[in-house]
Structure formats: C-alpha cells, structure tokens
Design a protein around this ligand. Structure first.
Ligand SMILES: [Zn+2]
Length: 323
C-alpha cells in the first residue's frame, strides 16, 4: 500500500455572491497540493508539491492571504487544475490510500473535481488522521490542529505552517509517531463507529430540555419559551402544529425543519413537592407508527377547534345585543 499523506491549500470566494454553486458549492478552490508518500513501514519514500492556477477564484481572499502569505499575483503562476491533478495521481502510484488531517481536504478535492467536470468515483479511500489521533491517542474527542499534535509528540515545529508540503510533512511526522499500520485500514471503521455513537448521544442530550418552577400545566402550555420550537440541529424556528394533550400531563406536536425534517415534540409535566411543575421538552424523529397515530389525534383536535370557533361565531351572529 502507498500511504499518500495529503494537504491542500485553497482560495476562497470573496463575499457570498462570488461563490460558485453549480454543479456543487465550491467553498475552496485548490491552489496548492502537497503530499508525501510512505511505504507500509511509514518510511518516507517521496514528496510532491505543485501550484495550481485557480480558474474561478483568481483574487486572493484576505483571510487566505493572511494564513498562507500568498497574494493574487502568486496565484497566477501554476498549472491548470486538471494537469496538476494528473501529475499528482502519477506521484501517488499504484494502490494508494489518502491520509489527511481532518475531513476538509477530501470535501474540497471532491468539489474541485466536480466543478472541473472530473470524475471523483475512482478516488482512493480517505482516512482522517485527526479523528484517529483524538480517539486513540489523546482519547478526548477534541479537534486538534496539526501543530498541537506535533507538540503532543514533542516534535520540532521547524517548518512554516500553512504551506501544503510542510503541513503534509508535519502530518507525516505525526503519522510516523502513531504508526499508521496499527489503525489503517482495520481500526478505522471502529473509530468512526465510536464517533457516530458519541454524536448520537450528544444529539439526544441536546434534544432534551427541562424547565422548572412552572406554575401550572396551563401556564406551561402557554409559555412562549416552552412552546416555541427551534430545530435542535440548526436552531431554525420551526413551523409546528398545535400542542395537543394525549394524557393529563403530556402534550405533543409535530414540528418541521426544512433542512432536518420532521420532529415529534413532546412536553411532559411533573409536579414537584413545592407544587410547581418541572417541564421537559424533547425532540424525537417519529416512527411511522407514531406519526400515523399522533397525526390523527392532532388532526381531530384541529377539527374540533375549528368547529368550536365556528359555533362561537354563529352564536355571536345570533346575539341581538352584538348588532
Ligand atoms: Zn434544522
């Protein structure tokens, strides 16, 4: 196996209006590719760097300029993307796997291939060394920068950072300390499964909130802060149905996020010794069964409300004093 430890530098659009969105959003246009190749024993075999001339974002974004030290003039040198990428692939050799620090490089590379109408289905597998580091070395799930990981191993920070080849070299040094073969490919699936499980737990915690000191059930169901629903994923204010009580102390509603889909929102009241209520509000993704069952309950309630309103109106119309 050829381990290709890869780092990309990319330019960003200037302002939101300048962003390429078709066929995919192009958050970054690649301007430098840096990589080192190692053998199975993680010995450095060869290194590679190339300047890529941007086609879309030719003026340097100020934030990128600050980090990389490159200016717009520096971007006008370099090979067109397709040619640069071909020579990078030649460097990779047979049976490569790509190793990056974080997942951004993969996303950016795929988007760049897409905007140049190039196929990304033949890309080798990507492995994120950062997630392995934080789950198998530091065990704290934090997102470490390359330099923090370099410091963790007491390695010298002797190269200028935010240069593609230098960052790839730093990543290689970290990889050498970690021992790539221990984790890639076999252990990687386990690491990702752990990450997914952590996310699931965090998501459930975030989806759950308690309010205390609520005077009564009636006060709770009228409290703006309790019944105003924001998407637990993206915080958008959600459109929702009425809250309908399905038991004395439990009310439900459906709420919909355009991005993240439909939630079943449940509010539960429990009375505490001082007479007030603790209210918990949770967001879950309804099962098809819950959906059908509760939808019916809520629709019936809405019908009843409508009928009641109509009855009140016609009563008012019948009332001679109102005229
Ligand atoms: Zn959302």
């Amino acid at each position: 196996m050829n381990y290709i430890i890869l780092d990309l530098e990319w330019n960003q659009p200037i302002g939101r209006g300048g962003m390429i969105t078709e066929p995919v959003p192009l958050n970054g246009e690649i301007i430098r590719i840096g990589a080192v190749r190692t053998n199975d024993a993680c010995e450095l075999v060869d290194s590679f760097q190339i300047c890529v001339r941007p086609k879309f974002y030719k003026r340097i974004n100020r934030a990128v300029e600050k980090v990389t030290g490159l200016d717009s003039a520096a971007l006008s040198f370099g090979r067109p993307f397709a040619a640069a990428y071909q020579s990078f692939l030649r460097f990779c050799g047979d049976d490569p796997v790509f190793i990056t620090w974080g997942t951004e490089d993969e996303k950016v590379l795929r988007a760049n291939l897409a905007v140049h109408g190039m196929d990304d289905s033949t890309l080798p597998p990507f492995y994120d060394l950062q997630v392995i580091f934080s789950h198998r070395v530091t065990h704290d799930s934090r997102q470490y920068g390359v330099s923090a990981a370099v410091e963790h191993y007491g390695l010298p920070l002797d190269l200028k950072a935010h240069d593609a080849l230098n960052d790839a070299t730093y990543t290689y040094r970290i990889a050498r300390e970690m021992g790539l073969a221990r984790y890639i490919p076999a252990e990687y699936g386990k690491v990702l499964a752990e990450v997914e499980e952590e996310r699931r737990i965090q998501r459930e915690l975030r989806f759950y909130r308690t309010y205390t000191g609520i005077e009564s059930v009636e006060a709770g169901i009228r409290s703006k802060k309790i019944i105003t629903c924001r998407c637990p994923e993206c915080k958008t204010k959600l459109r929702r149905t009425y809250f309908v009580f399905i038991s004395e102390r439990k009310a439900i509603a459906f709420a919909e996020c355009p991005e993240d889909g439909e939630y079943l929102v449940t509010i539960k009241f429990s009375q505490v010794p001082n007479g007030t209520f603790d209210v918990t509000r949770s967001f879950t993704v309804p099962s098809p069964q819950q959906r059908a069952e509760y939808r019916e309950v809520i629709d019936r309630y809405i019908e009843e409300m409508k009928a009641k309103k109509q009855a009140e109106q016609s009563e008012q119309e019948d009332d001679p004093l109102k005229i």
